[in-house]
Every structure is written in C-alpha cells, then in structure tokens.
Write a protein of this length. Structure first.
Length: 696
C-alpha cells in the first residue's frame, strides 16, 4: 500500500490502576479478565468500522479511516468510545471488580501505508501524540475528545465543556470536550441536514417527476419504484422533504420512512424495521412487551383470519422479538429470507389497501442485497394496491448494482445534478436569516462549492465561524481579504471517503491525474500510470472525469469538480507528489522540445513543485540534485519567456527561484542575477507608470 495522507480519527483507551489491581488478584483471574476486556474493546472497534492499531500493555488504540475512509469516521470513533465506556461498566458488574478506563478521541492528518519498514505503525502524525496526551489527562471513565472531533460531531454527540488538558510537548494546553452521550441511537446521515424551507431552489423538474410518480401509483393502483441518485450534499433529502411536505397536505396518502445504516450489528433489515416501527408507533424506549403490544394492535387492524398470525410471526422475527426457531420451526436459513420478504410485502400491501403508501428508503447505497431484493419484489408484486417506493442513494449504489431498477416498466432513476450558478446564488441568499452574502464572497463560494448545497452551507458557516463574515448595520460584510477558500473538514471527509471507496486502480489513476492539472491528455496520464487500463473510462462513467470540449481529438479529459481534484492531490504523500511532478516535468521537456517556450510556465511549475517538496523532505542528494537542476533550468526558461512578453513581475519570480536553487559555484549564477536585476528594474518602472496613469 503506497504512503498516503489521510484525515482520520483515533481512539485511545487505557485501564486505570491495573498494576495495583493486578497485584491483589490471582494471576489467572487477571489474565481472564483482561482477555475479556481486550476482546470487548476489539469487538466494539470493529463493529463501528475501526481498525485496532495496537495493544500496549493495558491500552488499546483504534484508527477510524484506515484502510478505508468514511465520511463519518469522527462520529464512529466517538460512538465507539462511548460504547467502550459502557462496556467497562458491564465488565465491572459481571466480574465484581473495580475497573475504570480513560478514553480519548482525536482527529487529524496522518500518514499511512508505505513499505515493510513502516508497517509496524499503521499511522504516524501529531494526531497520534495528541490522542495519547488527551487520554493521560482524562478522568477515570471519562471520554475526552479534541476540538476538531467535537466540531465534526457536535450535531450527533452531546458534549459538555471541560478544562483544556496540559499536554507534554505542547506549548499551550490542548482544548478538550467531555462526550456524554449520542443524540440518537443510530448514526446520523452525513449527506447534510435538510435545508430550511425557504431555500428550495432549482429542482422544479425533479419535483414534478416525483409527484407525478405518486399520482401514477395512485391512479393505476400499482407498485412503483423511483430511485433518486446524487452525490452527498447535492440536495436529495431537501427535495424529498419538499415532496413529503406537499403530500402531507393531501388526504389518502400514508408516508413511512426507513434508512439503511452504514455499519453496526443486526442492520441488514434495518430500513424495513424502521418502516414497521413508524407505522406501529413503536418507540426506541419501548420494552419488548410494549413493542409486542403495539405490533399486535396495529396488525389486528390490517389482517384477520389465518393471515394475522402468519404475518405477525414474520414481522416479529423481523424486529427480533422472537427467534426463528420459535416462529418458523423446521424452516431452513435460506427459506427464512423468503418468509420475511413475504411478511413485509403483506404488511405494506395491507396498508395500501386503504390509502396510497409512500415508503421512503434513505441511504440505499448501504443496503444489503436482501433488502434490495425485498424492495424489488414489493415494487413488482404490488399489482393491485398503490405503493410508491422512493429510494434515495448516492452513485455508489449503481456502481455496485448497475442493474438496479433496470428492465422494470414501473421503475425510474432520477439523477440529481449540482445547482447552476444562478440557483446557487439564490440558495446562498436564503441561507442567512437576514441580509445577503457580499457579492465577492458569493462568487468565491459559488465557484468553490460547484453547485453543491451542503458545500455552500459549510463554506458559509466556516467564514462566519472564523470571523471572515460579520453582520453589522443590517448587512453582512467581509472583514478582510478572504483569498482562496480553505476546505472545511466536514466537506473534506465526504469527498475523501468517496475517493477512498474507488477501486485501487481507479483511485491511483485519479490521484496521478490530480498532479497533472485540471485538464490532461490521456497520453500524459498513460505516461504517469502505465497500468491504468480502463480506469479513465470508468471514472468518466462515475462522473469524476468529463471530456475536455476544447480538445477536438477527444483524447483529453478534465476533472468535473476541482474540489475533488484538490482532495485527491492532498491525499498523496509529499514524496509521491515530488516524484510525480518531476515525471510530468521530464515528460514536458522531452515531448514539447519544439514548443518549449509555449509550455515554459507549465514546465517551470511542475519542476519547481518537485524541487520544493524534495527539499522540504530533505531527500537524498542523488534524488534532490537532478530535480534541483531541472527546476533551475526550467525557471530560467520561464523567466526569459515572461520577460520577452513584458510580464515583468512573473519574470522576477522565476529568476528569484532559479537563484535560490543555484549553488554558489553555479556558472550561471552571475547571469541569473543580472537577469533578475533587469526584470526587477522593468517591473518597478512599469509599476510607476501604472500609478502615474491611474493618478491622471
């Protein structure tokens, strides 16, 4: 696995006072107790999608984001930490021992992967040191998290303030928060919360299609399947919320909801369990008796005769209220899935006898094959009652199940694209309670967010939180020059998870293309990645690359969204970036020899990037020397070209870099200094001329 840079979350847990406790116990009992402790910690970590980095004495460190990033790694980590805290309480009770644990969670950039010599460490970086320091400063049975983790999870985890932790090696105390509990029993969906009602823009065609689908199911009294597909944050949930709000005003429409979970135990049929629980009025706080009672009452209104106990047995099995052996004796494991499917279909069809049933299933990209099979059967076999299945999914659903909804006359796919520029600006103006976003800031956010409503909101929130936008005298004002908008960690997590979920060949191809630039020729990419195969075509199908319309040959591509390109570039290790920039520069030198003036600036950029990164990493002289020589040579050429075009400020920059690289005994040093002095003189004269003209 190549070295990569990733934003991950880490959990560090350590038993308090284990040495003193162990000295008072039988060693075999201690061994047995600690084995149970480690097994439980490992099980919790893996259930939440974490990877155990190591056991150190009585401590355990878990990484969330390696080998696979998830957009909700921070939430997974905190939920796992809270589960570990609760598990310790259970162990104390079961074993009759005074056991306590300190737990810390921290998020940050790390380097992972590499050769055999690095594999003893899953991740390296300051985030690892900080999580250990946070754990050391925690109280027994306290879960402490760092500032970035708290910022990424405050919508899903309840925190309270605590004093910063004085950490060894840190000049200032480290901000920390005490995690109390999760705000909901199941993970939060990270596609972004529905936007405020006033900010619904640009989706008239898709809205009409969804409402027409409800009308079709109602009029034809048949099952219908609509799948709404779009990237995270593009507005799927907001569109569906608008549909639901309009349907709520109609009589004779029943709406039920379910959501697929990305991780956890017993989640296969979770979205269908959600639907049953909502219809029967079952609450998460209900005990088993209350659940059985509510289920029995609801089913009695839908069924009678022999069908009632048959459906009730299968729905009780679905909800985990009864074991399979009790309700379906002598039925094989393979047959149980068929029986569950029958029970669910009967349940939904019975509701739809009296009113049009709209079932919304969110995050279908996480669905197990068993759920996809049931949904397909519901759509196909509900031939006499109006049932609309409205499924919400990301593109990963179609990547894993390309035939989903294909070949069905009663099914449609709706692809939700990013907003165009006017709609994005309208959305921005609606995100603030009063006043408008200043036009220059709105232009920056519009360009950077690429029409993604969630990204717009996150960029705007980041600017306000950082004090770059302030409300005064009835309007919003920029407090200074904002420049290039940095990427909020919340957006980075979503985009990086999408990139990390690509097949390895496609991911590597995408990363290497990010070094070339926004636009690139397939021949250039092939020279960098000789094993890319059909990866470019696959990335075009997935909407990550698009054809470059400026190239009539059709042999050039570009990134559909520069934001994803930036994340891909940032995920490369600096060593790989330096190597790839050097290879691009070498290819340009060799392939554009007869047009080197035309490509001089691009050549200089790649050579300079390779040099700067190599110098920052203090690479071996055998590697650094040729990269330095190329950077000096290319910067000189670019300076000459800029001076010839009277781009004097650019010429000064290129010559200055060439002089910075040159050694004291470089034969060209004196000549470079003369060229720099000439360019600087002309630049100063040009600046004075512009000032005089402006004053006039």
């Amino acid at each position: 696995m190549p070295e990569e840079r990733k934003l991950v979350s880490l959990v560090f847990a350590d038993v308090v006072g284990s040495t003193a406790w162990g000295a008072q116990q039988d060693p075999e009992f201690v061994r047995h107790s600690m084995a149970r402790y480690f097994a439980r910690m490992k099980d919790i970590a893996e259930t939440h999608g974490g990877t155990v980095e190591k056991f150190i004495g009585d401590a355990v460190m878990v990484v969330f984001g390696v080998p696979q990033l998830h957009e909700d790694d921070a939430e997974r980590a905190v939920r796992a930490a809270l589960a570990m805290r609760d598990a310790i309480a259970d162990l104390k009770r079961d074993l009759g021992i005074a056991l306590a644990v300190r737990i810390a969670v921290n998020s940050g950039d790390v380097v992972t992967g590499g050769g055999e010599e690095q594999r003893q460490f899953l991740v390296t970086g300051d985030a690892v040191n900080v999580v250990a320091r946070l754990e050391a400063g925690a109280e027994p049975d306290e879960v402490v998290v760092g500032a970035l983790t708290e910022r990424l999870t405050r919508d899903s985890i309840e925190y309270e303030a605590r004093d910063p932790i004085v950490a060894k090696g840190k000049p200032e105390p480290v901000p920390a928060f005490r995690a109390l509990r999760a705000r909901s029993a199941i993970p939060v969906s990270h596609g972004g919360p529905p936007a405020p009602p006033g900010t619904f823009v640009g989706r008239a065609r898709e809205l009409r299609h969804l409402l027409d689908s409800v009308e079709r199911a109602t009029d034809e009294r048949t099952g219908y399947l609509v799948t709404l597909v779009g990237n995270a944050g593009v507005g799927k949930s907001r569109l569906v919320a608008e549909v639901m709000a309009r349907l709520a005003q109609r009589a004779g429409v029943r709406i039920l909801r379910g959501r697929c979970l990305a991780y956890g135990a017993g989640i296969t049929y979770w979205p269908l369990m959600d639907v049953v629980r909502e219809d029967a009025g079952i609450d998460s706080s209900d005990d088993r008796g209350a659940v059985l009672g509510k289920l029995s009452v609801r089913l009695a209104t839908l069924f009678s005769g022999d069908r009632l106990p048959a459906v009730q047995a299968r729905i009780a099995l679905l909800l985990g209220l009864e074991p399979a052996a009790a309700v379906l004796p002598n039925v094989s494991a393979e047959r149980i899935a068929v029986e569950l499917s029958w029970g669910i279909r009967q349940f939904l069809d019975a509701i739809a006898v009296h009113e049009t049933l709209v079932v919304v299933i969110d995050d279908l990209q996480w669905a197990e094959s068993a759920v996809l099979e049931v949904l397909g059967q519901v759509a196909d076999r509900s031939s006499t009652v109006p049932v609309l299945l409205l499924c919400i999914a990301r593109p990963e659903l179609l990547e894993r199940n390309p035939s989903w909804a294909a070949g069905r006359s009663n099914a449609s796919l709706v692809h939700l694209e990013p907003l165009d520029e006017p709609d994005t600006r309208t959305l921005l103006s609606g995100l603030l309670a009063s006043g408008d976003v200043p036009p220059p800031v709105a232009s920056l956010i519009t360009e950077r967010s690429a029409g993604n409503p969630l990204f717009c909101e996150e960029f705007l929130r980041m600017l306000i939180d950082a004090g770059h936008l302030e409300f005064a005298d009835g309007r919003w004002n920029a407090t200074g020059s904002i420049g290039q908008l940095p990427l909020p960690e919340s957006i980075h997590s979503i985009v990086a998870a999408r990139l990390d979920g690509l097949p390895p060949t496609e991911k590597i191809t995408f990363q290497r293309a990010s070094v070339i630039g926004e636009h690139f020729a397939l021949d250039e990419l092939l020279a960098l990645d000789g094993e890319m195969g059909v990866a470019p075509e696959a990335l075009v199908r997935k909407g990550l690359f698009v054809a470059d319309r400026d190239d009539p040959s059709g042999r050039s591509l570009r990134f559909k969204h520069l934001l994803i390109r930036d994340v891909a570039y940032g995920s490369l290790s600096k060593a790989d970036r330096a190597m790839l920039h050097d290879r691009v520069a070498a290819l340009l030198e060799a392939g554009k020899a007869d047009r080197r003036d035309e490509f001089s600036e691009l050549l200089a950029y790649h050579a300079a990037q390779s040099y700067r990164l190599s110098r920052e990493l203090r690479l071996e002289p055998d590697t650094l020397a040729p990269r330095s020589a190329r950077a000096m040579r290319c910067s000189t050429l670019a300076g000459d070209r800029a001076l010839a075009l009277f781009a004097t400020e650019q010429a000064v920059g290129h010559y200055a870099l060439a002089i910075e690289i040159a050694s004291d005994d470089e034969p060209m040093l004196g000549e470079l200094q003369l060229r720099l002095a000439n360019a600087a003189f002309l630049a100063a004269a040009d600046g004075s001329k512009r000032e005089t003209t402006g004053a006039a």
